[in-house]
Design a binder for this molecule. Sequence first.
Ligand SMILES: [Mg+2]
Length: 207
Amino acid sequence: MSVAHARVVGMPGLRLGIDMDGVIADFNAGWTHRYNRDFPGRDLASGHVVEWDAPVDLTHFGSMSAFWRWARTCGEGRSLFHGLEPYPGAIEALHTMHDVGHKIVILTTKPSFAVEDTHDWLVRHDVPTAEINILDDKTLVDCDVYLDDAVHNLEALVGSHPHAAVCRYVRPWNDHVAGAVDVRGWADFLEVIDDADERSGPGEAHG
Ligand SMILES: [Mg+2]
């Protein structure tokens, strides 16, 4: 991986603002699986999710607030977020970035009932981070590179952090955002980091 060769030992790393759901945690596989278990008949799959707030159209709930009421306890006595699976390769990619000196900064929006499960998830899945931000407005946290799957977050970050590399993790439920870089997997994202790292040059601090 070229990123491993681009960095010089001792150089300050980049701050990488990483989203969780839809980026490292498979939210849609998690909720469709539990929905099928609790409400048999529709046979939903994560592939059915092609828009933001898809549960409104795909389920009987009729509103996101009703969906969230179910999600509060649908995870085997915990919240939905507790039992989500990481996407294949995601945790390994985070370790690759961390091991060459970059800082993994978690930026995630969660219902208040899921805060404890979010911290638990990050520890249980060995996510290499010392900075966890659970918040609605991700522009409040300064990073060199961002990775998110939500159009509203990408637009806000492009507008507020013009010098950062804002990356859209391409998913069926998002569209291209002007000013954002489309990445289709972790190899793509590592290349963006590599480029940002080279542009930042030696001796510049990022922290
Ligand atoms: Mg997300």
